[in-house]
Structures are given as structure tokens and as C-alpha cells.
Write a protein that binds this ligand. Sequence first.
Ligand code: CP
Length: 306
Amino acid sequence: MTSKNKRSYLWVDDLSTDETLALFARAEQIKKTLHSGQPVNTLGGKQISVLFSEASTRTKMSFQMAAQRLGGQCLVFDNINTSSMIKGETFEDTFWTLNAMRPDLFIIRCRDSEPLEKIADQSSIPIINAGFGSKGHPTQALLDVFTMKNHFTELAGLRVLYVGDIAHSRVAHSGIMLLQALGAEVKVCAPEVLSKNASLEVENFSSHVEAIRWAQVYVGLRVQFERHESNNNFLKEQFINDFSLSHHKLNSLAKDAVIMHPGPVNWGVEFQDCVRADNRLQMWKQKENGVYVRSALMEKILGVSQ
Ligand code: CP
């Protein structure tokens, strides 16, 4: 899937692999500049409209931090209950209302039922997808793969394992597509009822321990209880018993492997508490890298750089 609006970033393949790697190089430069205490003012004077109709902590704050670090200004819409959506105004009308105010860029998180692709096709203002229902979360994929590349340098042949709710995961969808495009080997491990994702071609390990032994990167995914139908036969206790990363199972993971999770974590479900102290955990590094990668992406979409 690529976007018709050529300036928007809705799907991971809206950037070529060369563009993605150049973006990573720019994110690394931004990281070094900010670490050295030097300013980056590439988004100076830019107005960025942040429109979130689904909940978020990391992505929303990460984009805001990134924009403000680079001198941009954010106008944030994130509370349906204090907006005119509570009076029945649709997401689409809300978007066109903000669009009429002429921001330079939209950062949008929305539900599967909301017409993200349609508004991106019709608007002349570029849009970055910050999480689209269960369909895609391309900037999470960028920051996850950037974190893997920083650690391992080489992505080709890297063995990446996703464990958890593959069926409902926009993170898995975008991450797997990007990793495959960059030559990594990706497999999943999930109970049958959570393993099906029609648009992905990946092998599902039946044994969690076998999968752990195979992995160089272990990505835990949140079990999205809120997206499950009430009559499915999935049992939380069964997941914890068969697929939770526990103290015992950590012993099967290679010493030089890394553990990642996009967050938020259901502690005691995807990961037992012992994972917090494991020196292979890269979860906090992922959050930090999100700011640099999203900075570089906003620069690219807006056609500005230092
Ligand atoms: N990983 C992620 O998208 O987290 P938020 O839902 O908190 O933004």
C-alpha cells in the first residue's frame, strides 16, 4: 500500500528502502546534535496539527517532543469529550475544520472506521499516520527498526521474532513489512486465535521456547483485550502459561539478543516483572529513538533540513 498523496506518510512503503535508510542516518545526526546540546531549528515557524481520536501516551508525546525540539509548534486535539465530537461532529468534519486553519502538517491517530486514506487523498496538507486502528503504525516500525539497526548494524538476515497479539497489531503489521523490505528474517509466535493477520506472510512457531532460541530480537506485543470479540476462545491464563516471557524462559534467549516492546506493556502477561531488570531490554531506548526518527520524518515530509 502506498499513499496517493505523495507528501503523506501513511504506510511504511511510502518511503523507499533507500529513503528509509537515509532517514535513519538523519535521525542519528539529530540525536548527536541534540546530545551535544546544540539546537536544531529546522521546523522553526511550522505549525503542526496533532489530531488523535484514539488514546496514546508515547506516540503523541514523542511527536510533540520532536516538533518542539526542532522549533516547531504543535496544536493538539486529543480529547473527544471536550470537543465538538461529543456533539456528534464526525472525525472527518473535525479534520476538515482543522485543515481549514492551514497547518503545515498533520499527525493523525484514528480508528479503523475513520477515513484516513480518503482525507489524505483529498487534502493538500501532508499527513503522518501515528497509528491507524489495527491497520498500521509506520512510525513505530521506523523507530523499532532504527533501534535494531543501532544495535546490530546489519539488518539483512537479522532474526526478528514478534510474540503476542499479531492479529490485532498495527505494530506487527508495519514492523514486519519494513523488516522484510530491509532483508530481515521475521517469524511470529502466538496462539492460533491471535496469529492470523491476513496481509502478512510469516511462519508461526508453535513452541515458545523454540522461538526464543531462534530469535536475535524478541519483540513482545501487547495483548489487545479491548479489540477482542467477547465470544472468542482466547484465554488470558493460557497466554500467560504458554507465551509470557518469564525468568525461566529468559534463560533460553541468547546473551547477545535484545528484547523490545512498543508499549504499553501488560506486565504479567507479555512480560513477567523480571524482564524490567534484564540488560537485554531496549524498551526505553525505543522511546528515546522515537523522538529522533519522528524528527527526521517531519523534516523530510516538510522538505526542510539543516
Ligand atoms: N507504542 C504506542 O503507540 O504507544 P501509545 O499508544 O502510547 O502511543
